[in-house]
Design a protein around this ligand. Structure first.
Ligand code: FAD
Length: 326
């Protein structure tokens, strides 16, 4: 028994970014353990871009095919994954921590009689011992976990915790794996898949984001940050309370129930840094936080921090950017 297996998710024909992040986590783990990395795509595989998955480190790619996998159900996905795991016999099985995985992975772990470590933010390997970091109490504490039960250990990785690699060609073989799934074992009748409202703002592709939080105090003050965003050529984003209050549209929300972003520059203005916000932006290349509370958790992920009143800092910053660009 050996190796790392990463189970991927493709809902629109393309792999989600969090699936690519799971590949990056799996590749790093496999490299540290000097073992193999296999990938599996469960469900409709119209165009998963198999040939550009994971690069040279990938050993094998499994396409799990069965008519009952065409639409997601926890019963069918659990059966399919359990059979693949029995076939591959990996030490570690990684998943992206998506809603779908949250639904079926605990069931899968129970069926296998194994441990599931959910929402993992870091993986460390020291002298062959693997530890996993999970956040507790809304991100106030980190818990370090080591699996002691027999392999495989099931792990789901948090969105934004691992940096997705750019697609790279692979020469790994693609193997169609056809699990046996009895029709009467699937108890749920799938409805139409959930479709998020069409987004007119694609925060994920913006290279600079100015993101505003409750520190802005009033909707009437939003133009202050909009001016900075315009000066920087940035898109405006927000924490959830701003969108909940209707001060900015929902499509500008960053976080676990909003968009996941990874721009070159993320400017967090008056945002405390709650875990639900951090998961949506902490993969940003450079994070600058402006907050009057020097103990605000946002400073823990910030590359640069300005402790100060945003109503003084933002106009000065906007003026400096305009001057530099003039
Ligand atoms: C299931 C669930 C899902 C969620 N999903 C999301 C999500 O997707 N995205 C999200 O953002 N949140 C989400 N949340 C909410 C999240 O827990 C936090 O409540 C939210 O992120 C806090 O937003 P905030 O930082 O803007 O506000 P606050 O936590 O109120 O922070 C405001 C910050 O502004 C600072 N400040 C105040 N005045 C000034 C000033 N004059 N100058 C400078 N700084 C100032 C304060 O020091 C403080 O740190 C979710 C919560 C739950 C339970």
């Amino acid at each position: 028994m050996s190796g790392v297996l990463v189970c991927l998710e493709s809902r629109t024909g393309e792999l989600s970014r969090i699936s690519r992040e799971a590949i990056a986590a799996g590749a790093a783990l496999a490299t540290s353990l000097n073992t193999t990395l296999d990938l599996a795509l469960v469900g409709p595989s119209t165009d998963p871009g198999f040939q550009s998955l994971g690069g040279a480190t990938v050993h094998a790619i499994f396409a799990l095919e069965h008519p009952l996998l065409a639409q997601y159900t926890a019963d069918a996905y659990t059966a399919a994954c359990a059979q693949l795991i029995a076939r591959v016999q990996p030490d570690y099985v990684l998943f992206p921590h998506t809603y779908q995985v949250r639904d079926f992975a605990p069931k899968l772990a129970t069926r296998l009689g194994r441990v599931l470590l959910g929402d993992v933010t870091a993986i460390h390997v020291e002298s062959g011992t693997v530890t996993f970091t999970r956040q507790l109490f809304q991100g106030k504490l980190n818990g370090i976990y080591r699996a002691q039960s027999p392999a495989p250990c099931l792990v789901s990785v948090q969105a934004g915790a691992f940096r997705a690699e750019a697609p790279q060609p692979t020469t790994a073989t693609i193997e169609v794996f056809r699990p046996e799934i009895a029709a009467d074992s699937v108890r749920a009748i799938p409805g139409d898949p959930f479709r998020a409202a069409a987004q007119t703002v694609d925060l994920a592709s913006a290279s600079i984001l100015v993101s505003v939080g409750r520190g802005i105090k009033d909707q009437a003050n939003i133009p202050l940050v909009q001016e900075l965003a315009t000066a920087l050529g940035a898109e405006l984003a927000a924490s959830r309370p701003i969108c909940d209050a209707g001060w900015l549209p929902m499509e500008r929300q960053v976080g676990s129930s909003g968009q996941t972003v990874a721009p070159k520059l993320y400017l967090a203005v008056g945002i405390s840094g709650a875990i639900q916000h951090l998961v949506g932006m902490k993969a940003s290349q450079c994070i600058v936080a402006i907050n009057k509370d020097e103990h605000a958790p946002i400073f823990e992920v910030a590359d640069y921090g300005i402790v100060g009143d945003l109503f003084e800092v933002i106009p000065a910053l906007t003026a400096a950017v305009r001057k530099a660009r003039a």
